[in-house]
Design a binder for this molecule. Structure first.
Ligand SMILES: O=C([O-])CC(=O)C(=O)O
Length: 161
């Protein structure tokens, strides 16, 4: 199913919240969803790397990278580790690199854009804190849905009948 969001908004208008369509889809999976884990980090992807190296259990990692267009918070190696660990996707308020490789990888990835430069890994970042995307609060444990129509969240899992 590639157009999940329109169906969700038709069926669950009171339970689903629109976040944004200003992110681009980079992963091989253009439609993806799952429970959220959050991380907040600025031009340092240490926590992104360590989280995606732990069991994902179908979760989506939502990264508040402060909108930086100067450094990439995800590349093909970390994306490969996310796939190996069962993460459904990664959504980044910031940039990725290795976009050519990631386009062919079996994972959902949305980000603002690309930057070819990796971050300095200084171990700085906060996991599990409430973050905001486009002024919408995003918390660990909520559900997020992403496809080519954009990104939306709900408090709990919504299943199309
Ligand atoms: O290591 C990084 O910061 C990002 C990267 O290049 C990769 O995941 O391949």
């Amino acid at each position: 199913m590639n157009d999940l969001l329109p169906d969700l908004f038709d069926q669950f208008a009171d339970k689903i919240h629109w976040v944004s369509s200003s992110y681009r889809s980079f992963g091989g999976h253009q439609c993806f969803y799952g429970p959220i884990e959050t991380v907040k980090c600025f031009e340092d992807n240490s926590k992104v790397k360590s989280l995606l190296n732990q069991p994902g259990q179908g979760r989506v990692l939502v990264v508040d990278g402060g909108g930086s267009m100067r450094r990439a918070l995800l590349g093909d190696l970390i994306a490969a580790s996310a796939i190996a660990n069962g993460w459904a996707g990664v959504i980044i308020n910031g940039c990725i690199r290795d976009a050519g490789e990631i386009a062919d990888m079996a994972i959902g990835v949305q980000a603002l854009g690309t930057a070819p430069i990796k971050t300095e890994k200084l171990g700085v970042g906060i996991v599990g804190e409430t973050i905001e995307l486009n002024n919408i609060k995003i918390r660990s444990g909520q559900w997020i849905y992403a496809d080519l129509n954009g990104i939306a969240v709900s408090e709990s899992q919504l299943e199309i009948e």
